[in-house]
Design a protein around this ligand. Structure first.
Ligand SMILES: Cc1ncc(COP(=O)(O)O)c(C=O)c1O
Length: 460
């Protein structure tokens, strides 16, 4: 699936202007191509078995209207905090479609999740003990897994790599293998394994290797529990998210299809067609649960093909369908460089401003009416934000046609991990967020631009 082109963005923006959706105060606006998002989602579903729970990472895009859309299409969520869990519940997500992953859950939060029947991925053995104690006093429909670090190395972005020798997340497989085996043998309620290798910067091979390592361990644990308890205890397998996207025209993204195929080759049981007889196994086992149905209960009958897969893709789902546009308020010329002063900077693009070598976008220049500008500028351009520190520069040395005041700069591929990381520093009004279908045939305001009351409420 191609990223959105400057031509498509210009056309949608012109339609939004004509529809009166860009008011004077909308000096910056975030857009989501919701048709594109829906296409992404259906391609995700087509790559994995029908019973897969796709827990889309809320942290990438917690916008209620977008989450509602994904819920209606049958997708679940991966929640990194109790705030995200409660947001999902408030929006009507079935608790069985919520995967709760925080590494610092309190006893109260664990109790809440267990009572609600949310799928829990535990981070460590202390948390496991807490859950064990809680389960002695309460009834729960939750399925429970544990996060395991496959220790296969780090990707190119250190800050978002979590499967190195050391990680603050999960239980390291090589260091704690025996303790992990004992945890499964001693706790019948522990029926899932979870990993996440990293977000962006991890190549396909690394992601597959991480899943492969954990898959082998799952087979070993299931063999041991089959011998001692008579059933395969691990019935859910959560591969996390992390498939990188392309932020630049020059770099080809890794297609989800290629990733799923490589996973299928390395970990075939995760992909077996569970509703069909498997060659060599005339008994097809229990039918595949319908998408959206609760996860299989721990201790379900011993069928190696009754494993339920969970995915947690955030960046891949949301990034490419979103783009941001800012009016150029001022233009400054210095020897060797010119600067376009924009209405978004480090408040919306925290990572880009603080760690520019790892986070680069494509930029397109549109004139005041939304038409692409062409031509060459003498100087390269710095794209500077409105905040009061010198590091508030979104990009340096960008090659653009001559920028004029009143033009618009489009920042491509901003649908994930941008607005969700919005910073309150300098108390700027968070921009209006607009969704559209069919290249701008229809629009929906996803979130209104903030008013002064929103800022006062935050600081009061
Ligand atoms: C546990 C977990 N799952 C899923 C994700 C989503 O990763 P991505 O957005 O790269 O798919 C993250 C991202 O940090 C994560 O920490």
């Amino acid at each position: 699936m191609e990223n959105l082109t400057p031509g498509k963005i210009s056309s949608a923006f012109k339609k939004a202007l004509q529809a009166g959706l860009i008011r004077k105060e909308d000096s910056a606006v975030i857009f989501y191509d919701l048709t594109f998002l829906k296409e992404r989602l259906s391609s995700l579903s087509s790559c994995f078995p029908a019973g897969t729970l796709h827990g889309l990472a809320v942290k990438a895009c917690p916008l209620s209207k977008v989450m509602q859309l994904t819920k209606e299409l049958g997708y679940g969520v991966e929640a990194a905090s109790m705030g995200e869990v409660k947001l999902a519940l408030q929006l009507g997500f079935d608790p069985g479609m919520i995967v709760y992953d925080s590494p610092v859950k309190t006893i109260e939060e664990l109790e809440f999740a267990l009572l609600a029947g949310i799928h829990l991925n535990l981070d460590n053995f202390s948390e496991l003990e807490r859950v064990k104690t809680l389960l002695k006093k309460l009834e729960s429909k939750s399925t429970i897994g544990i996060r395991i670090n496959p220790q296969i190395g780090e990707g190119s972005i250190k800050e978002s790599s979590v499967a190195g020798e050391y990680s603050k997340f999960g239980v390291p497989l090589r260091f704690k293998k025996n303790e992990l085996i004992n945890a499964f043998l001693e706790n019948d309620f522990l029926s899932g394994m979870h990993l996440h290798v990293g977000s962006q910067g991890c190549p396909l091979e690394m992601l597959v290797e991480g899943t492969g390592k954990l898959y082998d361990f799952m087979l070993e644990v299931n063999r041991l529990t089959s011998e001692s308890k008579g059933y395969a205890q691990v019935t859910t397998f959560d591969i996390g998210g992390g498939l990188p996207v392309s932020y630049s025209k020059g770099r080809q993204p890794v297609p989800m299809e290629a990733y799923a195929l490589a996973l299928k080759k390395r970990a075939p049981l995760l992909f077996s067609e569970r509703s069909l007889p498997v060659p060599g196994n005339p008994d097809p086992g229990p039918p595949l649960p319908a998408s959206g149905s609760p996860l299989p209960a721990p201790g379900s009958p011993l069928h190696d093909h009754s494993i339920r897969l969970i995915t947690e893709f955030g960046r891949w789902t949301y990034t490419n369908p979103g783009w941001t546009i800012s009016r150029v308020e001022y233009v400054k010329h210095d020897p060797g460089v010119s600067t376009a002063m924009l209405h978004v900077g480090a408040d919306l693009f925290v990572r880009e401003c603080l760690n520019p070598k790892d986070w680069l976008h494509e930029y397109t220049l549109l004139d005041g009416e939304g038409n692409p500008r062409t031509g060459n500028s003498v100087n390269p351009w710095n794209l500077a934000g409105p905040l009061c520190f010198s590091g508030d520069i979104l990009a340096k040395g960008v090659s653009l046609p001559g920028v004029q005041e009143g033009d618009h700069i489009v920042i491509h591929d901003t649908g994930g991990y941008t607005f969700s990381m919005w910073s309150r520093y300098n108390s700027r009004f968070a921009p209006r967020i607009i969704g559209y279908y069919n290249e701008g045939e229809s629009f929906v305001v996803i979130k209104e631009r903030e008013e002064i009351d929103d800022i006062i409420r935050f600081w009061t």
